[in-house]
Design a protein around this ligand. Structure first.
Ligand SMILES: Nc1ncnc2c1ncn2[C@@H]1O[C@H](COP(=O)(O)OP(=O)(O)OP(=O)(O)O)[C@@H](O)[C@H]1O
Length: 294
């Protein structure tokens, strides 16, 4: 879904001025966050920035200190079972039920949703969706890390939620498992997702919008391209001239290269122009914000 489309849709998450204080320490300092219907939003930020705290408040697992929060139109502090059945939650780690078999566990969990969710997933359809068909009768405790994480996602999806929370979904995945997991998330069209990650490529690949949290404050909120515009104009030009290597950071790389060739012609070799990557943008934002809050 395109970000612009959300403006016409009601938000599934709407947090304004969210604050959290543990003892005398402020962990969230007025966070504004929204997620549109069917939108995928990635929450990025360094360790301790407040991502899990934010997500757990939205899930109704922690009580905020201040701010206005609506999730699916309801204040999470007052969310009842019917409200909870509309959410899917995948926590950072979840290590129970090792003796259950995959289908057995999902069939059992789906019973809980029956009174609330008419369209809850059929367990076999869900197992197929997350790519565990070959493991339906395996015990949960025997699954690999990547298979286990897919099962976590299946558990989060059983009730066919309108909103899915994924807290660091691919930690510890090998590249193959990560790629398959990304394909799985992309198949979940229509489900709004709020995910936290430290993997910038993952955020860029999956998210319609990226929100960067530093020291409990939102320091950027936009598409990957919009974030890149924040430090626009900076490109790195590398080249070799008369055998020696040059690396320069320039505002207008096209003009720089044109002038370079006009002056040195064929003496220029191994030319490479590198635009700021999302990682450069992210690190610049974090550094800038940490300097301001220091
Ligand atoms: N129950 C708690 N009591 C006191 N402080 C807490 C509690 N839970 C979290 N914190 C503190 O709140 C801050 C934010 O933690 P949080 O887990 O939300 O960060 P995060 O952005 O998810 O970090 P990470 O990327 O490391 O998972 C940290 O400094 C943490 O130590």
């Amino acid at each position: 879904m395109k970000t612009g489309d959300n403006q016409r849709e009601p938000s599934v998450v709407d947090a304004r001025g969210l604050r959290m204080r543990y003892g005398s320490t402020d962990v969230l300092n007025g966070v504004d966050l929204s997620v549109g219907r069917g939108e995928v939003v990635a929450l990025l930020g360094p360790n301790g920035a407040g991502k899990t705290t934010t997500i757990e408040i939205l899930e109704g697992f922690r009580t905020r200190s201040a701010g206005d929060v609506r999730v699916l139109g309801v204040d999470p502090e007052h969310g009842d079972e019917e409200w909870r059945a509309r959410l899917g939650v995948v926590l950072q780690s979840w290590r129970d039920h090792s003796r259950w078999r995959v289908r057995e566990l999902l069939s059992y969990l789906s019973l809980f949703y029956a009174p609330y969710r008419e369209g809850a997933f059929d367990p076999d359809e869900l197992i197929d969706l997350v790519g565990l068909t070959d493991h339906v009768d395996h015990r949960v405790g025997t699954l690999s890390g990547g298979q286990r994480r897919r099962l976590d996602v299946a558990v989060g999806l059983v009730g066919r939620p309108e909103l899915l929370f994924l807290d660091e979904p691919t930690v510890g995945f090998d590249p193959e498992a990560r790629r398959e997991f990304h394909a799985l998330v992309r198949r979940l069209t229509g489900t709004a997702i709020l995910l936290t990650t430290h993997d910038l490529a993952e955020a860029e690949k999956l998210a319609d919008r990226i929100v960067v949290l530093v020291a409990g404050r939102v320091v950027a909120d936009g598409t990957a391209a919009e974030l890149a515009d924040r430090i626009a104009g900076k490109a790195e030009v590398r080249y070799r001239l008369h055998g020696s290597e040059h690396v320069v950071e320039v505002a207008d790389s096209t003009r720089y290269v044109r002038e370079l060739f006009a002056e040195h012609g064929e003496a220029v070799d191994d030319l490479e122009v590198r635009r700021a990557s999302l990682e450069d943008v992210y690190l610049a934002l974090v550094r800038e914000s940490e300097l301001v809050s220091a």
